[in-house]
Design a protein around this ligand. Sequence first.
Ligand SMILES: [Zn+2]
Ligand SMILES: [Zn+2]
Length: 259
Amino acid sequence: MKVCNLSSGSDGNATYIEGTHAKILVDAGLSCKELERRLALLNVAPEEIDAILITHEHTDHIKGLDVFVGRYRPLLFVHKDGLNALRKKLKKPLVISTFDDAPFLIEDLKILPIAVPHDVDRCTGYVISENEKKISIFTDLGYTTDKMLQNLHNSNLVFLEANHDPEKLKANPKYPHHLKKRILGDNGHLSNLACANAIINLAQNGCKQFVLSHLSTENNSPDFAYDFITSILCDNGIVEGKHIRIDIASTVPKTVFWI
Ligand SMILES: [Zn+2]
Ligand SMILES: [Zn+2]
């Protein structure tokens, strides 16, 4: 599989995944024009996208969805419990396919949807596999669940939210109290510490490559998240660069993974 994060964070989220026969996106949180431009960097024409999987309806995950789907007609998938909320956010009446909690196929890609706690009716993380290769994409979650972690075990590549440092967030004068409460709550976003603890679990269960994702530009930074998380891993006997590798997703496409 070929995988590239096209953008990550509150400015927009989209990840490109290419299997033997399928080319898909997880989320479309960039304008259609930006999606077209960033896919072109990977030599992918927008018409080639077979399907888009939506995690949830927040704007940073669906910004370009109306226009992109209207123009290029990929299949569009969302969990059945997130359908109404997604429909309300769309300006066009798109054809939407729904799934429940059972795995399903897009060509040869097996898609396993897993619910994660976030402040929407339904937020979905995805485990996507083909021929024993497995990638996992989990952002926008207040905390990690046991079911989620178990299903991520032995992933070849894990995109995992490292949204914020709670102390930076609490001290940020630009954030009103209710927003801080939301982000820090069980239905908010994953902190650097919670991300580090999840990586410890996953590293002990066959995962070697991680991409820190959905970093807050206000309450985190790539260097801070990397230093904080790798030091906690180190305290637990896990050395970045030796036992595991950590990359950091950005607002622009950076790394293409071949797994
Ligand atoms: Zn988001
Ligand atoms: Zn969200």
